[in-house]
Ligand binder design. Structure first.
Ligand code: UD1
Length: 430
C-alpha cells in the first residue's frame, strides 16, 4: 500500500500552481452529458475522483475523448443506459449528479443510494425534494433510487438547508424543464456558479447563482461548448496552511483570490501576511502562530473542507483555539491521529478544543479521509523527525501530484510502498 513519508522541519518556499477545482469539475462532467454535442472541459484536475466519474459516464454510454491529462471532450449523444450501478456510486459519491443530469435530459434515471461516509450521514433528502417539486416521481427500491417524469415543469423550491449537492443536482434537472424554476436558500459556493456558467454557455438560462436565489428558465436544447474549470479553492487553501505551518513563504498561482478570502482573513488573524494579486496569492508565515477560533459555515463562511488543515496549523499555535464544525457531524476523526504527533485537543460535541503546543513530532498515522489526510501531511511537514502517513488513497482522490508540488517547495516528502523504499528515503534525507 502506498504511503507518504515526510521528514518535517523544512521551511516551504517558492511557487506552486493550483489545479482545477475537483468539486466543480465533478459537476461539470455530469452537466456535460446533457448535450448531444461535444463538450470540452479544460483545467480538469488529474485526480482519482474525476477519473472515476469519467468511467461512470463511459459506463452509461457517453463518448469520452481525452485530449490530455487535464482536458476531455464528452458527448452525451451516445448514452444508452439511465442506470448508475451501486459499484460506481461506492467509488465516487458525486455520481449522484448523474441523477439530476439524466432526469433532466431523458426524464428518467436510476442511481444507487450513495449511503453515509466517514464525515457524516450525508442525506440527500433535499435533492429528492427538488426533483419531486419539478414533477418527478422518485421511489426507492432495494437501494436504488428511481426517478421518472413524463415532463418536468418549473417550480418554486425552498431548501431546508444550504446544500451544494442539492443545489447543483436540482439545477441540472431544471435546466430543460418547462417554464421557470426558482431555488431559494440555494448554496452560494463558487462551484455552484461554475456549473451554471458552463450550462449557460451550453444554452441554458440560469440567473442568480452566487446568491441564495437562483432563477432558471427552462430551455429546449443544450449545445456543445468549450469550458475551463475554476481553480481549486481548497487545494490553494491547503498550500496556504502549509506555508503557515512551516514558517514559510509560498506564492500560490492560478487562484481566484476572492474565493480564498475566508481562509486568508483567518490566516492573517493567525499572524500570517497574505498578499493578493490578480490570479495568485502570497502567504508568508508570521514569527509564531497565533491561536484563533473557527466555525465552518456555507460560503462565504469558512469552508468545512478546510477545517482539518487549519486545525493542524492551530495545534502548533501559542495558545488555545476552538474549531466548531457546523456542516458535517463526524469530521474530527483525525484528531486522534494528530494526538500521536503530540497535539493536545479534545472534542466536545461539534467543537474541538485545542491547546497549542508550539511544535509537533513525527509519528506513524493514517488518513481517515481526503481533507483530514491533507491535514496530516501539513502536520508532518512542520513536525520534528519522520512522519509516515498510511491510506493516502484518500488524499489522491482530491490532490493532484501532491507530493511533487510539495517537493517543489522544498518539502522532504516521498510516496513509498515498501519498508525498503522508506529506508532508502531516510538514508537520502539523512
Ligand atoms: C459538497 C462537497 C464537499 C463539501 C460540502 C460542503 C462535492 C463533491 N462535495 O458536498 O466536499 O464538504 O459540499 O461544502 O462537491 N444535507 C441535507 N440534505 C441534503 C443534502 C445535504 O441535510 O439533501 C446537509 C448535509 O448533511 C450537510 C449540509 O447539508 O450537513 C451540507 O451538505 P452539502 O452542501 O450537500 O454537501 P455535499 O454537496 O455532499
Amino acid at each position: 500500500m502506498e504511503r507518504y513519508i515526510i521528514k518535517g522541519g523544512t521551511v516551504l518556499r517558492g511557487e506552486v500552481e493550483v489545479s482545477g477545482a475537483k468539486n466543480a469539475a465533478l459537476a461539470l462532467i455530469a452537466a456535460s452529458i446533457m448535450a448531444d454535442e461535444d463538450v470540452t472541459i479544460e483545467n480538469l484536475p488529474d485526480v482519482s475522483d474525476i477519473n472515476q466519474l469519467i468511467d461512470a459516464i463511459e459506463n452509461i454510454g457517453a463518448t469520452v475523448r481525452r485530449v490530455d491529462r487535464h482536458c476531455v471532450i464528452i458527448n452525451g449523444k451516445t448514452i444508452t443506459s439511465h442506470v448508475v450501478e451501486e459499484e460506481q456510486m461506492r467509488k465516487i459519491r458525486a455520481s449522484y449528479y448523474l441523477l439530476g443530469a439524466l432526469l433532466g435530459k431523458f426524464g428518467c434515471a436510476e442511481v444507487a443510494l450513495p449511503g453515509g461516509c466517514v464525515i457524516g450521514a450525508r442525506p440527500i433528502d433535499q435533492h429528492l425534494k427538488g426533483f419531486r417539486a419539478l414533477g418527478a416521481n422518485v421511489v426507492q427500491d432495494h437501494g436504488m433510487l428511481n426517478a421518472q417524469a413524463d415532463a418536468l415543469t418549473g417550480s418554486h423550491i425552498f431548501f431546508d438547508v444550504s446544500s451544494v449537492g442539492a443545489t447543483i443536482n436540482v439545477m441540472l434537472a431544471a435546466v430543460k424543464a418547462e417554464g421557470r424554476t426558482v431555488i431559494e436558500n440555494a448554496a452560494k459556493e463558487p462551484h455552484v456558479v461554475d456549473v451554471a456558467n458552463m450550462l449557460n454557455s451550453m444554452g441554458a438560462d440560469i440567473r442568480g447563482t452566487g446568491t441564495d436565489k437562483i432563477r432558471i428558465n427552462g430551455v429546449k436544447k443544450l449545445h456543445g461548448t468549450v469550458y475551463s474549470t475554476i481553480p481549486d479553492q481548497i487545494e490553494a487553501g491547503t498550500f496556504m496552511c502549509a506555508a503557515a505551518a512551516t514558517g514559510g513563504e509560498i506564492l500560490i498561482k492560478n487562484v481566484i483570490p476572492k474565493h480564498l478570502e475566508c481562509i486568508s482573513s483567518k490566516l492573517i488573524e493567525m499572524g500570517c501576511t497574505v498578499i493578493e494579486y490578480d490570479d495568485s496569492v502570497r502567504v508568508k508565515a508570521g514569527d509564531f502562530i497565533r491561536s484563533a477560533n473557527i466555525k465552518t459555515l456555507p460560503y462565504p463562511g469558512f469552508p468545512t473542507d478546510m477545517q482539518p488543515q487549519m486545525t493542524a496549523v492551530l495545534t502548533m499555535a501559542n495558545g488555545n483555539s476552538t474549531v466548531t464544525e457546523s456542516i458535517f457531524e463526524n469530521r474530527f476523526k483525525y484528531i486522534a491521529e494528530l494526538a500521536r504527533m503530540g497535539a493536545i485537543s479534545k472534542v466536545e460535541g461539534n467543537t474541538a478544543l485545542i491547546t497549542g503546543v508550539g511544535s509537533l513530532e513525527g509519528a506513524k498515522v493514517a488518513a481517515p479521509d481526503l481533507r483530514a489526510g491533507a491535514a496530516l501531511v501539513i502536520a508532518g511537514l512542520a513536525a520534528e523527525g519522520f512522519t509516515v502517513i498510511d491510506d493516502i488513497v484518500y488524499i489522491q482522490r482530491g490532490y493532484e501530484r501532491f507530493e511533487e508540488k510539495l517537493a517543489g517547495l522544498g518539502a522532504e516528502i516521498a510516496k513509498v510502498d515498501s519498508e525498503k523504499e522508506e529506508r532508502k528515503f531516510k538514508l537520502k534525507v539523512g
